[in-house]
Design a protein around this ligand. Structure first.
Ligand code: CP
Length: 308
């Protein structure tokens, strides 16, 4: 029987291609289950999971919670804004206090890159990274690649361009690792100021002309401009960004082929993509959200299996 190689899910960088394929095969089974009238399985019945979010989230948080409920886990939810963190408690103390209530697994989102790696070195529970600053967002990359596999039959050999704010994006880095491990070709596209200099050393192509990038790719993953992480101005205005790097129907219709449009959310309609594109048949944005539940069920199921 195949086994997941990691005790935690801290980043895609740590995973093997076999790990990722095992997540997908397991997610296929869970996707079938959650589309049945009886959606719940007892797989995590004796497991307690703490969802610890130090940053805002809609999709990831709801998706993990739903995945845990479908697996019959016990859940505690913690949000920094309503906790004693605001009174000066440290990350380690906060988590140790939660763990002393006998928690087996921690799903954590934190603004500091590497926060989950730090935590995994200091506590016994299994850690799942739900996004750590500008570092990694591994379950987003897994659900993204799973959604490409579902739409196009496989990831191997596909050309994927990631467009936009690569510099501040944890989604971009996790996607690059995941897609390359699965045999896809990856390009990044955006203004020079939002493409980090090290990115070419990861073996990705760089393109600053959006139309050339769209003509090259099978899939365009459109990233949100993360104004909350931008301490300086990286481009003159959102209007100008949208004119140069936004995907609209005119641009899609100018291509000599159909491409798949993805977005991790939250979407800034009218900035990185127009509403017409977001709601078009090219877009698989809601499939990504749906697949998030099955892939997160698969990750937690595989990690819990290592406790046995
Ligand atoms: N894709 C994503 O991480 O969305 P949230 O910030 O809403 O969780």
């Amino acid at each position: 029987m195949k086994k997941f190689s990691q005790r935690h899910l801290l980043g895609i960088k740590d995973l093997t291609r076999d790990d990722i394929e095992l997540v997908f095969e397991t997610a296929d089974n869970f996707k079938a289950i959650i589309n049945r009238p009886i959606k719940k399985v007892p797989s995590l019945r004796d497991i307690t999971v703490a969802n610890i979010f130090f940053e805002n989230s809609t999709r990831t948080r709801i998706s993990f919670e739903l995945a845990q409920k479908r697996l019959s886990a016990d859940i505690v939810n913690f949000s920094a804004s309503s906790s004693s963190v605001s009174k000066g408690e440290t990350l380690i103390d906060t988590v140790k206090n939660i763990l002393s209530m006998k928690v087996d697994m921690v799903v954590m989102r934190h603004p500091a890159p590497g926060a989950c790696i730090f935590l995994a070195k200091h506590i016994d529970a299994q850690i799942i990274n739900a996004g750590d600053g500008t570092h990694e967002h591994p379950t987003q990359a897994l659900l993204d690649a799973y959604s490409i596999r579902e739409r196009l039959g496989s990831v191997k050999g596909k050309k994927v361009v990631i467009v936009g704010d690569i510099l501040h994006s944890r989604v971009a880095l996790s996607n690059i690792y995941c897609l390359q491990k699965l045999g896809a070709e990856v390009m990044v596209c955006g203004p020079t100021t939002l493409i980090p200099k090290y990115i070419e050393s990861l073996g990705v192509k760089v393109e600053h002309d959006l139309m050339k990038a769209l003509q090259w790719c099978d899939v365009a993953n459109m990233l949100r401009i993360q104004l909350e992480r931008q301490d300086i101005k990286y481009f003159p205005s959102l209007r100008e960004y949208s004119m140069l790097y936004g995907v609209n129907k005119y641009r899609l219709d100018s291509l000599d082929k159909e491409i798949v449009i993805m977005h991790p959310g939250p979407v800034n309609r009218g900035v990185e993509i127009t509403s017409e594109v977001a709601d078009s048949k090219n877009a698989i944005i809601l499939d990504q959200v749906e697949n998030g539940v099955a892939t997160r069920m698969a990750v937690m199921y595989l990690l819990a299996g290592q406790q046995a």
